[in-house]
Design a protein around this ligand. Sequence first.
Ligand code: 5GP
Ligand code: ZN
Length: 139
Amino acid sequence: MSDDCIFCSIVAGDIPARTVHETDDVLAFLDANPLARGHTLVIPKSHAQHVGDLDEDLASELFATVTELTPRVQAAVDADGANVGINDGEAAGQEVPHVHVHVIPRFEGDGGAPLHAVGGTRPDLSDDELDAVAEAIAG
Ligand code: 5GP
Ligand code: ZN
């Protein structure tokens, strides 16, 4: 638990939320400022800012919850699809420093954009540069 974290306060019950799913380790609730009807956030109950900070079991449970809830969220609001994503770090737009997965229902013709739209200017990478990046990630 982090003292000045909004989502830790929701987990503690100090700030109200519209909870849609809860286990010992994971909580899901409606976003207070939704991008679409049904916009849901899925969080680990324990405080961590980055996905890479989660241990394997918690990461597995978090993702299992996301896969279970996404079709339920879509069905509840009769959506045609959903964007599922995490803003990991301030540079990526993370405003609440407690890992949360956004499940954002999408509707035909809603005027929104695909996840491809979140990047900046596309880099023009040579094959050698792509090879080097792949190698660096693979370690
Ligand atoms: P981020 O930019 O960190 O990925 O997204 C944070 C999300 O949390 C935003 O979509 C915002 O609307 C939502 N949010 C911020 N404060 C609260 C709150 O107190 N309650 C709920 N339910 N959602 C919140
Ligand atoms: Zn927190």
